[in-house]
Write a protein that binds this ligand. Sequence first.
Ligand code: NAD
Ligand code: IPM
Ligand code: MN
Length: 343
Amino acid sequence: MDIPVRIALIPGDGVGGEVMTEALPFLDWACARGRNLETTLLPYGADHFLATGETLPESAYTSLRDGCDGILFGAVGDPRVPSGRHAEEILLRLRQGLELTVNLRPCRPTAPGQDAAIDIEVFRENTEGPYCLQGSTEPGRAVDLAIHTEPAVRRLLEAAFQRAATRSCPLTLAHKANVLKHGHGLWMRVFEELRSRHPEVSARTMHADALLCGLVQHPGAFSLIAADNYLGDLISDLCAAFIGGMGVAPSISWAPHRPFRCAVLAEPVHGSAPDIAGRGLANPVGMILSTALLFRHLGWEPEAIAMEAAVKAALESGAKTRDLGGALSTASMGASIRSRLPR
Ligand code: NAD
Ligand code: IPM
Ligand code: MN
């Protein structure tokens, strides 16, 4: 018997739990097909924080770091914790502590009527920039520091160049080096170096503002977009809008420089959606596609393909939650997708 793949489940806050509930049967389905996995459900999120004062205890962080192959994450963020402290100490701690530099946010049409030419992958640096959370509020002045380090920039860009070479597609770096001369200057320098080492990749840089305009006008003209943490966050939400919105966009983050069997983090792009939480309105597609990305990362390509095909078939049949103009509940949408899985 091979060693089980260890998956930690962190539903988190708001719709996080609702969409996680719809992802779990896919883990059972993978087991039924012979995949060997074990899961651990973790309680971290706003409820746990408000009840215990704990965000992500160090012991839990260490077990995730040393004893886990993948984390499935719902979302964090709760109006009862306006400081967002628990979100930082859970989600940003995992991304930064585990050095999950590369955040892949793919964007492909999910439903009929969408531009079939769209096939974008955003490679977002996931640990640095303004997310280092260093700054200060002073009388009449506020500072948020953005730190970019060469190892992380290099890791993200190497992953993006490798992917562009594999896909045989162009790569665009989004930047504002015309203003952010130091931080984005570093991105430009590493990008130029990698461009000369990868003559097989058609690589260009674009000012992020012009890129956003171009994206809206011609989304099909972009294939792979690399960006720092902040720009990547914004660009990936815009890309989600091309394929149906926040409810359908998946993501996965990993540490390319860390050894085999290090935790990766699969999470939908959306947040805890307090405006619809608790009403069965959330679209589980982003979470289910994130689970497929996790399976692909684990080498379970047939399961990933089957899940993506099941999502597509369900949406093509007209199965939709309210955000897509339909009337299905979160649970019915999950069931519709599952009913299209092979055995
Ligand atoms: P959000 O993504 O939670 O919601 C934005 C809009 O998208 C809302 O109208 C919401 O109803 C809709 N939406 C989101 N997920 C949906 C789904 N699965 N199905 C249908 N509609 C969906 O972003 P926000 O409102 O800016 O943030 C809410 C909270 O979530 C904040 O605390 C924020 O910090 C947090 N957040 C967390 C993550 C994360 O955990 N990765 C990501 C983004 C935002
Ligand atoms: C995301 C979210 C997070 C981010 C927030 C909740 C810190 O918007 O996962 O995209 O900005 O990375
Ligand atoms: Mn975001």
